[in-house]
Design a protein around this ligand. Structure first.
Ligand code: ATP
Ligand code: MG
Ligand code: MG
Ligand code: MG
Length: 472
């Protein structure tokens, strides 16, 4: 019998509590008072000001299981999702933190003891990386822990110098990898497409604050920030080769099988679609629960894109009707023990999701017509391509998924002006980037209407939303 994700979360927090850490509840995915960040992308984000010495807490050691979302800025895994067995947009990051208390030696000792003695992962299955200049970390692993030199790899800036974003706390890191075995060949350890060595835990030795000019300033106190993906450690402990085969994802994949009438594991293209849907369903559920609403800019635009993307992959599986809102129940069922607020927010999350799905399916029909009109018009003009402007209009105004557009155009023997399209897209992104910083604090009228339609006892979610949104 293996450990469930619920048990792993518990065990992690309990271990660090026994080592003098205060357990801190996950913060919202929407960063509080941080204009540099669209979403919380790591467990350390809620502690950023403590690392910087701007905020005091009644504890020097903390541990958490933080909801994170990686679809923008420095950490963006959107394109990986569905294609790798280890990446999600939304995931949970387990972490232990020291604010000027312990440093490298204890951080490494804790991680090693937890993995090998508490989780009982065989020592010979583990390898580590250290920053190339970090002799101290190398020595601790080699001499103190007793890990053979061949299992310690020095890596460069890209892999082993961690930063939250372009500015903010950063420092050299040491990462722990799990060897999935020879059936995955003998790739270079740490390579991009490496499925044999799974990165499970990143120990960051927080030492600097990077300013806008890129200059590193030493932090008031050297600190520790670690992050371990719950889904990845679950895959290791449950003896499966993909996060999507863990107990966290199985029921959601099963849901995708049921609505599509297809079987997971039969066909790669269908599998990718089911993984994307499973991933996006979790993201949709947690984003709305934390107060993000579909919109044409900022965070709401990211949510809107995620919903549309999930529907687009649903279309790949021949699902033509709204279905995501029903999947929300499956996500909540799995996550409710750790995040009981989901139960209270359930009907709100489902209502928002369903109405967004209906809207998109309707506009998709309409924009499909417009696309075919554009194609016809181009034929009359003896063109075999759409202009960048036409393509961008479909994408931006009608929310037409780019990959779907490409597919249809290809079927018609068409292309489109990619360069012009990209220029228009960049301009749009720049506008969005500017606008989310100055995003309005008000809730859009349509949601007020919605609020009035919901029965009184379902307001809890909405109240959370208003208070969360006022922080944006
Ligand atoms: P990778 O190299 O696999 O993309 P990373 O080095 O970008 O991971 P970190 O920023 O070091 O990841 O994050 C800390 C930990 O969070 C990782 O060691 C991993 O366990 C987990 N993690 C990172 N990105 C993801 C993701 N997209 N989905 C699930 N877990 C992730
Ligand atoms: Mg990454
Ligand atoms: Mg990495
Ligand atoms: Mg890493």
């Amino acid at each position: 019998k293996y450990m469930t994700a619920d048990e792993i979360r518990q065990s992690f927090l309990k271990y660090f509590e026994s080592k003098g850490h205060t357990i801190v509840k996950s913060a919202s995915i929407i960063p509080e008072n941080d204009p540099t960040l669209l979403f919380v992308n790591a467990g350390m984000v809620p502690f950023k000001n403590v690392f910087l010495g701007l905020e005091e807490r009644p504890y020097k050691r903390a541990a958490s299981c933080q909801k994170v979302f990686r679809v923008s800025g420095k950490h963006n895994d959107l394109e990986n999702v569905g294609y790798t067995p280890r990446h999600h947009t939304f995931f949970e990051m387990l972490g232990n933190f020291s604010f000027g208390d312990y440093f490298k030696k204890e951080a490494i000792e804790f991680a090693w003891e937890y993995l090998t003695e508490h989780l009982k992962i065989p020592k010979e299955k583990l390898l580590v990386s250290v920053f190339e200049e970090d002799d101290e970390a190398f020595e601790i692993w080699n001499k103190h822990i007793g890990l053979d030199e061949s299992k310690i790899k020095r890596m460069g800036y890209k892999d082993n110098f961690w930063s939250m974003g372009d500015t903010g706390p950063c420092g050299p890191s040491s990462e722990i990898y799990y060897d999935r075995g020879e059936k995955f060949g003998s790739p270079e350890f740490g390579a991009e497409d490496d499925f044999r060595y799974l990165e499970i835990w990143n120990l960051v030795f927080m030492q600097y604050n990077r300013d806008e000019k890129g200059v590193l300033h030493p932090l008031p106190n050297p600190s520790i920030d670690t992050g371990m993906g719950l889904e990845r450690i679950a895959s290791v402990l449950q003896g499966v080769d993909s996060n999507y085969d863990t107990d966290l994802f199985k029921p959601i994949i099963q849901f995708a099988e049921e609505v599509s009438g297809k079987e997971y594991g039969k066909n790669e293209k269908d599998d990718i679609a089911m993984r994307v849907i499973a991933d996006h369903l979790r993201a949709i559920t947690f984003l709305i629960s934390d107060g993000v609403l579909p919109a044409n800019e900022g965070r709401g635009y990211v949510l809107r894109r995620i919903i549309r993307r999930a529907l687009r992959y649903g279309k790949n599986l021949s699902i033509e009707k709204p279905f995501l809102y029903e999947g929300v129940d499956v996500v909540i069922e799995k996550m409710k023990t750790a995040y009981p607020e989901l139960i209270q927010n359930r009907s709100f999350i489902k209502t928002i999701t369903k109405s967004e799905e209906e809207k998109f399916i309707k506009t998709l029909k309409r924009s499909m017509d417009i696309l075919y009109q554009m194609i016809e018009q181009a034929r009359k003009e003896n063109r075999r391509h759409l202009t960048g402007e036409e393509a961008f209009k479909l994408y931006d105004t009608y929310g037409f998924p780019i990959d779907l557009m490409e597919e249809i155009l290809k079927d018609e023997g068409f292309t489109f002006d990619l360069i012009e399209f990209h220029n228009l897209l960049e301009e749009q992104k720049e506008r969005a980037r500017k606008s989310w910083k100055s995003q309005s604090k008000e809730i859009k009228p349509v949601y007020l209407t919605l609020k009035n339609k919901l029965p009184e006892n379902q307001f809890v979610g909405y109240e959370t939303l208003t208070s969360e949104n006022s922080k944006v």
